[in-house]
Design a protein around this ligand. Structure first.
Ligand code: CDP
Length: 240
């Protein structure tokens, strides 16, 4: 694509229109999807949309209302009837977006350990996925978007112009999540974080509905071998 741009003699706005409009980034827990997605969206002037926060928001709602996480019917009803607003970050406190439910900002609540422990069970429910992916698809089809999740390239937006699938060893991903928690002033035990990451990967990739897997036309990037900046540079080069 770079070559045709160089030789095309197009003006900047015309060149811009040849950028991929819908960019899907998928991969397992803590593989660096949000870091990459946010940076890429900022560089291209696109909307960044992290779909994981919607599954986390439903999980928080279920726990805070005292609904049994194993009650698929009740959990699905909550996911269907509660509007979840995801908006660009309004505060620079480390958040990548705002998550608002019932008028309440629950951005940081969605990161709580009890949400993390239960989110994969809830996101395996067919009705929950249907309700959330419908909203995600509607937003994604507007274009000029970087959408991040587990099933964006395979199910939510299979027509995405560019699909990236990030991989990294579980130990490396757990170390990043551990560092993130400590950087936010929290406390964590590394072996416990590692066990949780492995368990979440297992549930996400073995569920019946939209399991975590790369789309056939996804570009695979191994972030064990590349730092965040290098991953970003590679993806930016794929866009141009
Ligand atoms: O940031 P991290 O990778 O740890 O998690 P996340 O992207 O916030 O996603 C939290 C959980 O939501 C995942 O473990 C999946 O169970 C679920 N999820 C999903 O099923 N489909 C998506 N498109 C995004 C998240």
């Amino acid at each position: 694509m770079t070559e045709s741009l160089k030789t095309s003699g197009l003006s900047v706005p015309e060149q811009m229109s040849s950028l991929p409009s819908i960019i899907a980034i998928d991969g397992p827990a803590a593989s660096g999807k949000s870091t990459l997605g946010l940076k890429l969206a900022q560089a291209l002037g696109y909307l960044f949309f992290d779909t994981g926060v919607m599954y986390r928001a439903v999980t928080w709602l279920v726990l805070s209302r005292g609904v049994d996480v194993n009650d698929e019917v009740a959990v699905t009803a909550l996911a269907e009837e509660t509007p979840i607003e995801v908006a660009p970050a309004s505060e620079s406190d480390g958040r990548t977006s705002d998550v608002v439910v019932d008028g309440r900002d629950i951005t940081w609540e969605t990161r709580l350990p009890e949400v993390e422990r239960n989110v994969s069970v809830i996101s395996a429910y067919r009705g929950v996925r249907a309700a959330l992916s419908r909203q995600q698809r509607r937003i994604g089809l507007r274009g000029r978007i970087v959408m991040v999740g587990r099933d964006i390239g395979t199910v939510v937006l299979p027509e995405a112009d560019l699909k990236i699938y990030l991989i990294a060893a579980a130990e490396e991903r757990a170390r990043r999540r551990y560092d993130e928690i400590l950087a936010r002033g929290g406390s964590a035990i590394y072996p416990e974080i590692l066990a949780k990451v492995i368990e979440r990967d297992r549930i996400d990739s073995t569920r019946d509905v939209s399991p975590l897997r790369p789309a056939e036309d996804a570009v695979m990037l191994d972030s064990d071998k590349l730092n965040a900046e290098e991953v970003f540079e590679r993806v930016l080069a794929l866009c141009r």
